[in-house]
Design a protein around this ligand. Structure first.
Ligand SMILES: C[S@@+](CC[C@H](N)C(=O)[O-])C[C@H]1O[C@@H](n2cnc3c(N)ncnc32)[C@H](O)[C@@H]1O
Length: 494
């Protein structure tokens, strides 16, 4: 069976059990009376695993094939068209080739909420998106999916140690139109006032979700800690609202049910900006309402806070979660402060000359019968060179953000092979796989298992030395590029 997550801590896990009891005691008075028994019943149910598909790679129909392949019984996540819960199944969703090649992302279904709230209309207009606290990048991949990887996403996280994970997730998903930065989100409001069409602030929080799972273990939280978090969240949300264009939307979300970190933070912004912003009634965007609170003890919040979303665990059978959708009606007139600057020359990129560019496009067309030009044009990306690598960089990154020190941008297309030709990047091929129609090399189950272990494979018949083969399994899933060397296909992923 796919491992289900235990929702509440084991009785023997005293610290987590204590943290759970303390949180429940605090939150219980906020739960509407007629929902108390339902929430209490939910505590003993395991949390179903869930995943969200990558629409740049697969469709809802492919989910049926994948579910059949691994013996999963799936149910849709009712508020997220790209999301599925696994009710039962033999194989863990983390152990499949589809997961390995970024066809879906494993994510608690509550975390699928922020991505669905943004306006589809704005998403369709190649938006400029800021994901202010992005690592490890689960929600960034959702923003990429919803915008069709068109426009540009600036994925930021202030923690240098979490940037590697963010880069890996975006690489595996195949996000081309993006850059990654590592600054305190508090800066963006003054660095880029009224700039972004959409901003996600999935804020650092106390994780009091009433569910104890490995990635979000419950722990005791002091009032002082909660206050310090609320202060940081307020500063971050203020920065997000400043960085937003009039007419744009911010989603503020947390995986805590603490009112101090949720409704109270949004209420501060209403007090500060009054009619310049509006909290949208996000309950209209989901099948059944999950209203935020407007009273907590002696605190009374603006009525519009009832339009925010408070996912008590029983409401959608998820971990506890909170989200608010805020629309900026008018400019704040924030004046900008100077940005940190890195001269573009220091990035190490140099422009590809016209004939080198054409040579690469011709090589890909010759080898794989694929039209790279179309992929680049649709993604509004251009080819640049760095050392012996060729990268596709988003035009909008080059025109708007090329001077900000960044940790990565765009996608690597290929690395020059010793002896001539190119080694295409596996993530690039996986992202644009349907256009690669030549040099496909189908493996049987035994060969697939060996390939996934990083082994070279024996080659019996005639490909010229140095040719690149695109290895696929019996279901046609791309597994990576191999290079012919004598009687072997060399595996790059050893
Ligand atoms: C809830 S996690 C984000 C999860 C992420 N959105 C996802 O879905 O994968 C919050 C993130 O905020 C980052 N963070 C903390 N303080 C920050 C700040 N002042 N500015 C920007 N990021 C911050 C943390 O490093 C952490 O990665």
């Amino acid at each position: 069976m796919a491992k289900k997550k235990i929702r509440t801590p084991e009785k023997s896990d005293t610290p987590r059990q204590d943290a759970f009891e303390a949180a429940w005691e605090k939150f219980k008075p906020l739960v509407p009376e007629d929902e108390l028994s339902a929430i209490e019943a939910s505590f003993s149910r395991p949390l179903e695993r869930a995943f969200r598909i990558n629409p740049q790679k697969i469709t809802a129909q492919d989910v049926e094939t994948i579910a059949c392949r691994y013996g999963w019984q799936t149910d849709p996540v009712v508020f997220c068209p790209e999301g599925y819960k696994i009710r039962a199944g033999e194989i863990s969703p983390g152990q499949t080739v589809e997961h390995r090649t970024g066809q879906y992302y494993i994510q608690d279904s509550a975390s699928m909420l922020p991505g669905v709230l943004f306006s589809s209309e704005i998403m369709a207009q190649r938006p400029l998106i800021l994901d202010m606290a992005a690592s490890p990048g689960g929600k960034t991949t959702h923003l990429c999916a919803r915008s069709g990887d068109k426009g540009l996403i600036l994925a930021n996280d202030s923690s240098p140690s979490r940037i590697g994970a963010l880069k890996n997730v975006l690489k595996k998903w195949g996000v081309l139109s993006h850059l990654v930065t590592a600054f305190p989100g508090e800066n963006f409001g003054n660095w880029y006032p009224e700039t972004f069409d959409l901003i996600l602030l999935d804020a650092p929080c106390s994780m009091q979700s009433l569910v104890s799972i490995e990635s979000h273990p419950l722990r005791p939280i002091t009032e002082r800690e909660e206050e310090a978090l609320a202060q940081r969240q307020t500063a971050l949300l203020d920065s997000a609202l400043k960085a937003l264009k009039p007419g744009g939307q911010v989603v503020y979300s947390t995986c805590t049910l603490s009112v101090q970190e949720d409704e109270a933070v949004v209420n501060q912004m209403i007090k500060r900006y009054g009619n310049l912003i509006q909290v949208e009634n996000a309950n209209k965007l989901i099948p059944h309402p999950a209203p935020g609170v407007t009273r907590a003890g002696d605190q009374i919040f603006d009525d519009s806070l009832a339009g925010t979303l408070r996912f008590w665990p029983h409401r959608y059978d998820t971990a506890g979660f909170y989200a608010a959708l805020i629309w900026k009606k008018e400019a704040f007139g924030t004046s900008n402060t100077e940005l940190p600057n890195r001269a573009w020359e220091k990035s190490g990129f140099s422009e590809l000359g016209r004939s080198s560019r054409q040579d690469i496009l011709d090589w890909f067309a010759d080898q794989f019968h694929c039209e790279l030009e179309t992929c680049l044009t649709e993604s509004e990306a251009v080819l640049w060179q760095r050392g012996n690598e060729v990268w596709a960089l988003p035009e909008r990154y080059l025109s708007t953000f090329s001077d900000i020190p960044c940790k990565s941008a765009g996608m690597r297309l290929a690395t020059a092979a010793s002896g001539g030709g190119w080694i295409p990047d596996d993530d690039w091929v996986a992202r644009f796989f349907p256009v690669f129609t030549n040099q496909l090399f189908r493996l049987d189950d035994g060969q697939t298992a060996a390939w996934l272990r990083g082994e070279d494979l024996r080659l019996e018949s005639g490909y010229p030395k140095g040719s690149i083969l695109l290895m696929i399994d019996d279901f046609g899933v791309f597994l990576g590029c191999g290079r012919v060397g004598g009687e072997k296909i060399r595996n790059f992923n050893k």
